[in-house]
Write a protein that binds this ligand. Structure first.
Ligand code: 13P
Length: 248
C-alpha cells in the first residue's frame, strides 16, 4: 500500500518570520490521519526550519539541488549541504527551472543522481506544456523526461524517489487538470515504470501538481494512481495546505 504524500512548494515567497509562522501553523494542524507532509522552502530558511520541524511529522525539502557534488560552481547548493540542514527531499526538474533557468533533461538527471547519492529523496517533476498537450505530445514528453533520468540513474534508483506530474498549463493558472486527465497520465507513468520494474512501479509515489486546492484535492487524491500532491500557491496558507493534507 502506497502512503500518501503532500508536499508544499513555497517557491520564492515569504520572509524568515512568515516562513516560521507558516511552518508552525502546519505542524500544529497535522494529525495521524493526515497524509505524510513536507515543505520545500527557500534555501536560506532551511536551517531555521530544520530546528522547527525536528521531532514533528513535517519533513523538510529544498526546491532544487546542484547537478555537481562540490567545487567551483558559484551560487549552487549541493546535496550534501541540503542533507546537513535536514532536507529529506529535493525537487528536481520543476517546470519553472526548466523554463526560466535552462534545466534540461540531462541536467535534471544529474541533479536527481546527486540528491540520491547523499540520501536526499528527489521529487522528479515532469509534465507537458499546453502546446504539447494540444499537439497530442503529452505521452511523448513524459517518455522523454523519464527516459533521461532512467538512463542516467537506472530504474532501481527510483525506489528512492518520488515523481510529480505537473502539467505546465495547470501551474499557477487556476486551471487544474480534471481528475480523469490527471489519472490518465499518472496511470501512463506507472505503466511506463512497470515495463521496466513492476515492484518499483507499484511502490512509486506519484504526486499531482498544478492548481491543486482544498476544493479539488479530494477528487484528485481519490484516483487510483494519484498518491498525493505537490502544492504551490495553496501551500502558502497553513489552513489550505492542511485541508489538502487531510483530503487523503
Ligand atoms: P500551483 O499549485 O500554484 O499551481 O503550483 C504548482 C507547483 O508548481 C508545485 O510545484
Amino acid at each position: 500500500m502506497r502512503r500518501s504524500l503532500v508536499v508544499g512548494n513555497w517557491k520564492m515567497n515569504g520572509t524568515l518570520a512568515s516562513a516560521e509562522a507558516l511552518a508552525k501553523g502546519v505542524i500544529a494542524g497535522l494529525s495521524p490521519s493526515s497524509a505524510d507532509a513536507a515543505i520545500c522552502a527557500p534555501y536560506v530558511f532551511l536551517p531555521k526550519l530544520q530546528d522547527l520541524v525536528k521531532g514533528t511529522n513535517l519533513a523538510l525539502g529544498a526546491q532544487n539541488v546542484a547537478d555537481k557534488e562540490s567545487g567551483a560552481f558559484t551560487g549552487e547548493i549541493s546535496a550534501a549541504m541540503l542533507s546537513e540542514v535536514g532536507c529529506k527531499y529535493a525537487i528536481v526538474g520543476h517546470s519553472e527551472r526548466r523554463t526560466y533557468y535552462g534545466d534540461t533533461n540531462e541536467s535534471v538527471a544529474a541533479r536527481f543522481c546527486q540528491a540520491l547519492s547523499k540520501g536526499v529523496i528527489p521529487i522528479l517533476c515532469i509534465g507537458e506544456t499546453l502546446e504539447q498537450r494540444e499537439q497530442d505530445q503529452t505521452f511523448a514528453v513524459i517518455d522523454e523526461q523519464l527516459a533521461a533520468v532512467i538512463n542516467a540513474a537506472g530504474i532501481a534508483a527510483f525506489a528512492g524517489a518520488v515523481i510529480a506530474y505537473e502539467p505546465v498549463w495547470a501551474i499557477g493558472t487556476g486551471k487544474t487538470a480534471t481528475d480523469e486527465q490527471a489519472q490518465e497520465v499518472h496511470h501512463y507513468i506507472r505503466q511506463y515504470l512497470a515495463a521496466k520494474d513492476q515492484t518499483i512501479a507499484d511502490n512509486m509515489q506519484i504526486l499531482y501538481g498544478g492548481s491543486a486546492k482544498p476544493d479539488n484535492a479530494k477528487g484528485l487524491f481519490a484516483m487510483p494512481d494519484i498518491d498525493g500532491g505537490l502544492i504551490g500557491g495553496a501551500s502558502l496558507d497553513a489552513d489550505s495546505f492542511l485541508k489538502i493534507c487531510h483530503s487523503v
